[in-house]
Design a protein around this ligand. Sequence first.
Ligand code: GLU
Length: 498
Amino acid sequence: MTDQQKPVRVRFAPSPTGELHIGGARTAIFNWAFARATGGTFILRIEDTDPERSTEENKQVILRGMRGLGLAWDEGPEVGGDFGPYLQTQRFNTYTAALERLKEKGAVYPCFCTKEELDAKRAAAEKSEGGYSGYDRSCRGISAEEAQRRIDAGEPHVWRLRVPENHGPIEFDDAVYGHMSFPADVMDDMILVRTDGSPTYNFAVVCDDTNMGITHVIRGDDHLSNTPRQILIYEALGKEIPTFAHLSMILGSDGRKLSKRRNATSVEQYLKMGYLPDALVNFLALLGWSLDGDTTIIPRDVLCENFSLERITKKDAILDEVKLDWMNGEYIKNMGAEAWVDAVAPFLVEAGLTTQDEIDAKHAWYEKLYPLVAERMKRLTEAPEKLAFVFAGTEIEYDEKSVQKNLLKEGCRADEVLREVRAILADESIAWECDPLQDTVAELAEKLDLKKKLIFQPIRVAVTGSQVSPPLFEAIELMERDVVVARMDACIQKFFEN
Ligand code: GLU
């Protein structure tokens, strides 16, 4: 069976560094979407061999990020699977077994060179004409008997791959980069297993990818130079080589590499900034892939149905924050009230406007807030500011400019308007609903011979504190009559009775 016919098995294999990087998330999305599009299996494997960074917390950061984006893995930590364990630190026996196989085949040899020796050789080579071209293979010629004697004597050693002589170029067809060819004769006899018995990155990855039956390796192109090395390891193990697809870099909108200093780089940050998981997945999917070159709004199900490696480009992708804001706004507009309440809840709670219990108890009421802001919001973080007035009591803060322009401006007659409006709002014979209230107030324009704007703007400032707000009477309807009337009184008193 060729790769193309085998059921697809792909993996996202992050090293836990303390964040799920946005570039990693893009890689995860491509793997996930490819698995979904092909009816394949999406595996999450944690490459936790760096003891300093690979803490339980850092692993959880990755799992949270994946869940936060709604990227469910079919095999991996916490869900299990037939090819586990899915943490590299729990797979050391498999690396040892692979090394044993390579030893039997004579595909590896022990190297006893000390760090000092290697450093000295390197320094000398760098000064010479040809420059340094990798390990000089001096231990390659040690006889098997002598090697065994030194190992038995406890001499520290690493295991190096015996790169075959006269190998010819290492070639593969990358699904993104096309045909690739690397000369094998410049390949170092790379270390597979270190002095302490731990596997190197290239060795562990190849062991895992073969043992987990990975058919397609989709990963960042920072690994492109590792691929010919890994192919040599596949060959040494006698295992089938998967299809590779290397993804181009993601650059900031300034065309520079993303950096923590200049950009938000982690999924957690983006979620905290008020981006919706659906919008983020859509946005990230388009960093290097396209459905048809035009379509920008691509919901998950469409992505999962249509994702293909053929439509990945090798051009660097630009992370355009303006586009992300726009896209997030589109998703907010279309998500519907129920989902919006659930998404916005943490932001309202964090701003101290309400509690999760309150939201759960009055979900339907919270859903009515959605039309007030849905059309105008780019990020969920804007909700608390836009809606704070709905939650405020009698005392509100007034925006100075709004007060000057709409209450205190000469000849605007806000004093008179507010008193009339107060009477209408306090009149219990008028239903506390948007339309009757608004219609009755609108009649004041004729009665007082004032433009509508001069009627409505003072009310807006009195109720919301500002001349810019969500639709006024739609909001008023959601508030308590007593509170609104009290705000009218407070406003009249503050600006017109002193
Ligand atoms: N653990 C590697 C990384 O986080 C990825 C390895 C791979 O995809 O082959 O960069």
